[in-house]
Design a protein around this ligand. Structure first.
Ligand code: GUN
Length: 282
């Protein structure tokens, strides 16, 4: 039976440490602030943003929400980003994705000041991560790396297989794992013989958004399995991309859904806001 990686507990410990760093800033008269932009009414985004606002409240970070109509023009979105870039009271800017498809999200991410880019999506910060330089690491990959650290999972020389190549999770994870000296394989919808790659993985990270996609037969004995998925099963219950009940019997470590990667993602966002504030004031 696998050890369950308790993301919920670990994230709480991180938030407590961040609260103390936030208190130190406040004692110096500095009040960290996160500005979140949401365009349209995506239901899942509303839940994510609510959770981000709760975490800010717990730590003492000011949370400012900008809700934009789904019909806004690109120019209005860019104007808002530029206004927030100029505003010295704003330390972090987050544009919640997805946004309506007629808008250009890449241009928007590029306009967010690299110093306030707490999601790590500005191309400059993406490049810095690729060069293994200090930067804002995007929050889900960063949270996963912190889980490895906390559970003493050493990546050196390990075969890491990532399923999913999104800009938000899969691609930055490649760099994070490579920076820790892993041998990295990335699988996606066009990959042939997926099972061969997953069975070879000492560490398997799944981020595709398909409920219970990874089954026991795809996993090597003793593998570390990280589940980034958040899906609803046929009964409306939250479930990951991994068939947890069966894979748990074979893995050495596994993350649950909920209570695994999700809370760590938010804790790392909070970390990045505090880091941005500390960077800007000293
Ligand atoms: N949409 C889904 N995940 C994320 C995230 O981590 N950041 C942003 N900005 N949008 C998202």
């Amino acid at each position: 039976m696998a050890t369950i990686i308790d993301g919920k507990k670990l994230a709480k410990e991180y938030r407590m440490k961040l609260k103390s760093r936030c208190d130190d800033l406040k004692n110096k008269g500095i009040n960290p602030k996160l500005a979140v932009i949401m365009v349209g009414n995506d239901k899942a985004s509303q839940v994510y943003v609510k959770n981000k606002s709760k975490a800010c409240e717990e730590i003492g970070i000011i949370f400012e929400e900008y809700l934009l109509d789904e019909n806004i023009k690109q120019e209005e979105l860019i104007n808002l980003i530029e206004k927030l870039n100029q505003d010295d009271s704003v330390n972090g800017i987050l544009l919640q994705s997805p946004i309506p498809s007629n808008l250009d999200i890449n241009e928007a991410f590029q306009k967010i000041s690299p110093n306030k880019d707490v999601d790590g999506f500005n191309p400059l910060n993406v490049g810095k991560l690729a060069l293994n330089q200090d930067t804002f690491v995007s929050c889900t990959p960063y949270g996963i790396m912190k889980m490895f650290e906390a559970y003493n999972v050493d990546l050196t020389g390990k075969n890491v297989t990532i399923i999913g190549r999104s800009n938000i999770v899969g691609k930055p994870l490649i760099q994070c794992c490579l920076n820790k000296n892993a041998t990295v394989t990335v699988c996606h919808s066009k990959t042939k013989n997926l099972k061969e790659h997953t069975q070879n993985a000492d560490i398997l990270i799944v981020a595709i958004g398909k409920a219970k996609f990874v089954t026991e037969d795809m996993v090597k004995d003793g593998a570390v399995v990280i589940d980034v998925g958040i899906n609803r099963d046929e009964n409306g219950k939250l479930t990951g991309d991994v068939d947890f009940e069966n894979v748990e019997k074979k893995a050495s470590y596994i993350t649950p859904v909920p209570g695994g990667v999700g809370p760590m993602t938010i804790a790392m966002l909070m970390n990045n806001v505090i880091k941005a504030t500390e960077n800007s004031k000293f």
